[in-house]
Design a protein. Sequence first.
Length: 570
Amino acid sequence: MSPWHDNFAPPCPPAPTPSGQGECVINASSPPAVELHGITKRFPGVVANKDIAITVRKGTVHALIGENGAGKSTLMKILYGMQKPDEGTIAVDGEQVTFSSPGDAIARGIGMVHQHFMLADNLTVLENVVLGGEKLYGIGAKARKKINEISDAYGLGVRPDALVEDLGVADRQRVEILKVLYRGAKILILDEPTAVLVPQEVDALFDNLRELKSEGLTVIFISHKLGEVLKVADDITVIRRGTTVGTADPKTATTKQLAELMVGSELPSPETRESTVTDVPMLRVEGLTLTEAGAAAAAPLTTAAPPDPSGAVTVQEIGAGRKLLDDISLTIHKGEILGIAGVEGNGQTELIEALMGMSVPDEGVITLDGEDISKVSVRKRREGGIGYIPEDRHRHGLLLEAPLWENRILGHVTEAPNSKRGLLDPKAARKDTERIVREYDVRTPGIDVTAASLSGGNQQKLIVGREMSHNPKFLIAAHPTRGVDVGAQAQIWDAIRDARRAGLAVLLISADLDELIGLSDTLRVMYRGKLVADADPATITPEQLGSAMTGAATGRLEGTEEQSEDGDAR
């Protein structure tokens, strides 16, 4: 039985290739899957999209790239029916359409997988998939059969009865893809789909996309990772400051050329081998152990972790008293960046919360600049010199409905320039917010707009500027460049490197292995709540590090020095 929604036939029949594999053959005269002409969208004080034109060929992966605030998200919300354009037209399969809601877009075979997944953790995969689509195949055996058919047809490997809270990030993403396919999508919009995946998971996703493409489906792929764009895309469209500035052929384009089209500058690199590490310890952690009781003392567990092979802790294991952090010991010196690599859900979040005072460890000592802060409040730790770039900027970094100047004071209410003689100083806080906006290139019409009105990358730059403005002694940087463009990446990396050069100690946690390897002076691997391996950033490769993150190696990892293009070892 076909995995397609009953209302939709496959866009084209598979034809045998020389290898014997079926491959979808698109008629050259077929209309494009999507045509956008003259799309313009205005908001108060901002023109998000201006006269954008994009043509997406049927049965291809079409990459859409651009810096933060360039208008990518707005454009895709228009295509998905979440917003209406002020001007311009949309055509799907050669027919002009008008969408008033996502339901209209879904009815025309368009599905969207958002960067922040829209799944209910306490439900099974089957329940998540059928939610809102009960009329298609019911909620029982017929729905289960359809899910299995789609999963098998596209190599998704999804288990209908698995609880979503027990799934890792990559599996959750496949559930989201299956959800839109279940509803008959022929055109998939994927927003930053590789942002939190390790290299092996990225390769698996790309295999899934090639399978979708071979069946004639069309994928619009939004990403800031230009190397991945060149690897998976058939066509590339670049937008800058809300308008189309060019197209590129991935067969001939380079990451440098794409970066110049996006932001007018070369692709930044996190690579730095200058040593600024001193012999002065700034942060010491000794024997840190955290169980469910300690984690619950400050805040409930919000997300569950992936099961094996990633090794992350599941809800069932936590309930049985499993340690979330198991005898963690580490030292970070002044001028040192210590990077932690690990599949999400292996204890990184719990380590951050313990260091920030958001949870209560069962055992262990935390020392900052020679002072025991193990029982000190979050506020006192902040005042003592801890900066914090959170992994979830919406949950722990911003008040989305508050203006930018109020977000500037979060976590630093009692510190200058926000406070004067113990009282809030709004005038000084506003003035300093304007400085941060200017120095960190936060794209905004003013400091009185809400944080929610900014793109994700500009929200991130505001947070980085806020944390760096207080000259911290120790910085926790959790995924500091997640979802930001190459220009913003360079600014954030430069800010961290400059502070490190001045003596800042940094704990860096990132899903971007190139970032971890490039910025870190020391690398450690976290697996099932333990630090299980060390690696030399000068020699380890992303592939070797990714393998260690799944528990494939412990102890000292020996990498192989690669040669750069000019022949020097790196």
